[in-house]
Design a protein around this ligand. Sequence first.
Ligand code: C2O
Ligand code: CU
Ligand code: CU
Length: 525
Amino acid sequence: MRLSRRDALRLGLAAGGGLLLPAGLAACNPNGGGGANVGTQGSAGRLLHSQVPLPAPFRVPLPVPPVLRPRRSDATGDHYRITQQAAKVEVLPGMRTEVWGYNGIFPGPTIESRRGRRTVVTHHNRLDLPVVVHLHGGKTPAEHDGYPTDLIAPVGGWTGGHSTHGMHQGSKEYVYPVDQPAATLWYHDHRMDFTGPQVYMGLAGFHLVRDDEEERLGLPHGERDLPLMICDRAFAADGSFDYPAVDPTLRDTPGTRGDFISGVLGDCILVNGAPWPVLEVTNTRYRFRILNASNARRYRLALDPRPGRGSSFVQVGGDQGLLEQPVAHDRIKIAQAERFDVVVDFSQYTVGDQVTLTNERGRGGTAKIMQFVVARSGSDDSRIPPRLVSLRRLQPSDATVRRDLVFARGGAQAHGMTLWTINGEPFDPNRIDADPTLGAVERWRVRAQNVEHPIHIHLAPFQVASIGGNDPGPYNQGWKDTVNLDNGDYAELLVHFDGFKGKYVFHCHNLEHEDMAMMGNLQVV
Ligand code: C2O
Ligand code: CU
Ligand code: CU
């Protein structure tokens, strides 16, 4: 079922002679886009410039991904079907862009689950490449978690990469127990070595979990509860998404060209797949579930103008669900894969106001995200209770095992390319890096070196006990699954290995780092 080590090495680390980066190239970037060790606009990576003129901001309406209807429901659960396929869509006005989408759309349809009701999603792969689906943040049995080599071969067959031996042929049924609290989760591709380009082509969507406890709170709902998927892209001259892959066919040879190994940054900001969109709102509260689905870009979000009184954002939830109490922010730092579930109160503005969601880390186009136009007054029966949910607070003394993990560049080479590693080791599907006991709490000290790294653990949610030995700060409240670490920083995570035994991954969620080996295995025993 799993790849042999030899297959893995051929796929990931000794990729068929294609990765001919001169050693050291990645460390110096002549055009000031940020070398491997220097962030561009606050993010590791290099900026890729679009070859087409980008549209003026705040012209297209914000799209909202459709909620997927189950094909069948029974007493215990809901059954869905998704076809992964290519489609040409209008991302830039007047141009056609090929996306690889769940049901051919980007973002994919939103799946809504009710806590405790099993959700079964059958994915059909009508793309030309193998895929894997991971429910990010899901408490999922290992065989349904989307392990990076647990591939679905294309319906039409597959001759590239490695043999289809062990792949699911054409489709796979993913079963999610959804035994977890209300939260903003997302699903995305996880094909080993090619996650970066395949997500970039559009393979990402929301998966919301709802429950009674959340509904009792009276937070904004319906049309005033909207997911916002933020990501950056660059466009080639023909309007296609431009990704600097060594092998643009993504068949055999992984990796990015040149110093894009540190991350691919685009110059066009998309929200729910549209460039710098605009949303008309009433002067009431809205709940926005903000996801940073970018490969490499981090953001610092703010509102311009700020409300005259009160704060810009009231955070009610994080990666893994609701917080104990709301947290007010005037800016939000969000790394790749993190979610911030916030309420914005537009009654703090006047009808007619235009409020821009900005990125304080960007420059030019990347300093803007989208705009809200307070178009009308409206009535509002929503509220933000001072207490949201009660959470079990973990203590360091709950931890039985401590592990130290250093996320850095180096320790392994492939074809002159210095890989991203964890404790000096590149990803190997057959090496177990951590073997927690089911039910245990462990203390993981994770450290980021060379550049910043957003660190994500599958299956097991965690609480951030400290960052750099200090209080974890305003952005690490509640249960999380991804922690944003600046270069040189370290965090103490209290990780709860609950749910299932089996083999899962943990990795950096800079997708270029992940593809270039910054991933490890945990085996819950
Ligand atoms: Cu968002 Cu391993 O993934
Ligand atoms: Cu995940
Ligand atoms: Cu990283």
